[in-house]
Ligand binder design. Structure first.
Ligand code: NDP
Length: 245
């Protein structure tokens, strides 16, 4: 077990990639808090699965678009788990539309959930992270290659995370806290189902020709969270089956 004794917060972990990350960190020995927006039942199932494996787990309702809720989720994690060693900024939303079509409401939602929330959560977490602390954020390979104009604002929100990751890595490096970004490609979840209408098109970009599984991202997070990755910081790890190759 590479994470025994560690305390982690994973945002947006009631379903999809976040749920897999929470379970993977727990499987490596971490106690885990998760946030969710609406899916209380799914969040409870993730918590039950982690507890069944012998780790502490807690689900916190916190809308990532709400600054106060994001800040409070960090403090609730510390209260429940006794501290915080690993923050995983995973919660994210997808809204599609070129600039002619996308609404100001969707633009705000994308920026608030995908960009402001990881920044605010990281700022709150830094009060608690000690030597060996970890901040891992989930971006998207669309940050580097944007195959459709309807992805513009989503891709912009994800590319902001790359610059943020590099700057924060420099800021907290002297404290021996690492900060990294994982950029998934198409992963089979509710957001991007492998059976969805754009799946066949997306598969054509991939060197491996198939969708990834949530565990493909969770395993990368577990590695970056571990001491094995102690010299990796300010980095972007793309896990996309070669879609951007
Ligand atoms: P899903 O839509 O399947 O799951 C999203 C999760 O985030 C749910 O647990 C959801 O909670 C939570 N969430 C959504 N909005 C909020 C919010 N406002 N506040 C709190 N929690 C929220 O997404 P994925 O698992 O596919 O995506 C996870 C991350 O990976 C995102 O950042 C996404 O951009 C990124 N990504 C995904 C890719 C893919 O192909 N799937 C590709 C590249 C990046 P609830 O259940 O309560 O709604």
């Amino acid at each position: 077990m590479t994470l025994a004794g560690k305390r982690a917060l994973v945002t947006g972990a009631s379903r999809g990639i976040g749920a897999a990350i929470a379970k993977a960190l727990a499987a490596e020995g971490a106690d885990v808090a998760i946030t969710y927006e609406k899916s209380a039942d799914s969040a409870a199932r993730v918590v039950d699965a982690i507890k069944a494996g012998g780790r502490k787990a807690v689900a916190i309702q916190a809308d990532s678009a709400d600054v106060a809720a994001v800040q409070a989720s960090v403090e609730k994690t510390v209260a429940a788990l006794g501290g915080l060693d690993i923050l995983v900024n995973n919660a994210g939303i997808l809204r599609l539309g070129g600039l002619n079509d996308i609404s100001l409401g969707d633009i705000d939602a994308l920026l608030n959930v995908n960009v402001r929330s990881p920044i605010v959560a990281s700022k709150a977490a830094l009060r608690h992270l000690g030597k060996g602390g970890r901040i891992i954020t989930i971006g998207s390979d669309f940050a580097d290659r944007v195959p459709s104009p309807v992805l513009g604002v989503y891709a912009a929100s994800k590319s902001a995370l790359a610059a943020f990751t590099k700057a924060l890595a420099r800021e907290v490096g002297p404290r021996d806290v690492t900060v990294n970004l994982i950029q998934p490609g198409s992963i089979d979840t509710d957001m991007n189902p492998a059976s969805g209408p754009t799946a066949e098109t997306l598969k054509q970009f991939m060197a491996l020709g198939r969708y990834g599984a949530t565990d493909d991202i969770a395993n990368a997070v577990a590695f970056l969270a571990s001491a094995k990755a102690k010299y990796i910081t300010g980095s972007t790890l793309t896990v996309d089956g070669g879609a951007n190759a």
